[in-house]
Design a protein around this ligand. Sequence first.
Ligand code: EPZ
Length: 421
Amino acid sequence: MDYLEITGQAKLSGSITISGAKNAALPVIAATILSDKPLTLTNLPNVVDIRTLLKLLDMLGGEVDHQGIVARIDNGAMNSTKAVYEIVSQMRASILVLGPLLTRFGECEVSLPGGCAIGQRPIDLHLKALEAMGAKIEIKGGYVRAEAPNGLHGAKIIFDKITVGGTENVLMAAAMAHGTTEIINAAREPEIVQLCDMLVAAGVAVEGIGTGTITVQGTGGKTLEWREPVEIIPDRIEAGTYLCAGAITYSQITLEKVNIEHIQAMIDKLESMGCQFTIGEESITIHPPKKLRPVNIITTEYPGFPTDMQAQFMAVATIVEGESLIEERLFENRFMHVSELNRLGADIWLKGNTAAVKGVEALYAADVMATDLRASSALVLGALAAKGVTKVRRIYHLDRGYDDLEGKLAKLGAQIQRKSE
Ligand code: EPZ
């Protein structure tokens, strides 16, 4: 199994380019099911989750030509509507095929994703919304079986809780439904905006994009006509992770191809810790201070501070003199990195959904184990700052969502190597 060997305390410098966003690319790939015409996607990140979803399309009878950061997808001959356990169990986001398969084919079966390392992660809100649009849904044998033989109809969907995946599934279902769907308490993440823009480019009338109320005029069962390639937006979480790499190593580094607006919440927190920034149109350089200050963070939906950056900021806080408080409001169990960071010598106490991080003078290398995607990147950050040689194991989590993490960090001067044992 592969692991990363990192010799800490190297100063970083130089610049790297941020890849396309995994969490934007996944719904865009699922949305290709809404058409029987080919579509080209560009700026895809080279990560396992993308390959997994493309494999699922292939298993459903789609034709996928994937070369590096470009994929041409043709779902004209799609002839299966069953997303099997073997794929869905590898990646929860496979649930995103539920809305598009159901609205295009009038039936589908998608394996229930189950829980994961960061929490229970139910899909009840996705199912309730599709039922409101006329779907008949039963759960049998570990599968969601959904039917709408005459197609879905528009409905007013009020989400009790803001859900990114739920909003995406409803947007895709609504695009081919009969009539108008109104989504109240919709997610406002940039990844949602990209999906809406893709639907608009295909002629679907979508209003309220980027707000909490989105309306979609369905095509009444007509498949969509793509008119132009879709370029995936930059990955704001990857960008935030590298800004944390600059901060934790007290290094000046530059990121190219970022969307500054999408990373504002991270910039604000790093500024409150004493970092300064030089900001270009699509680039950002971090200038850490001589001494970072502690930070208080509450995770929330966009445009607030993202849960996907909680672990990385916690890693930075471990070496900052004073106490930082980090409250996780989205997922009940997203603290698996705490005990691993403590193995590196951090001083973190958990009480309910809040972590109190008391800064220590230095972290010390140890063997640590990745537990989920973002927890893994927090361990890599800790290792970059630690004295000695850290081994980060179970890095298949990292490979799911970070494009060439060790290559990019090595380009910045980190002493990092992938090894096998
Ligand atoms: C997306 O997950 C992201 N994944 C996650 O990123 C991210 O952490 C999360 O949004 C929040 O920003 C992708 O985009 C592929 P949610 P998603 O539905 O859509 C509860 C990463 O590291 N909920 O917005 O699954 C849920 O349990 C990943 O890249 C229900 O109760 O998240 C959570 O508490 C991890 N019922 C909250 O809502 C539902 O039916 C928000 O979840 C759906 C969600």
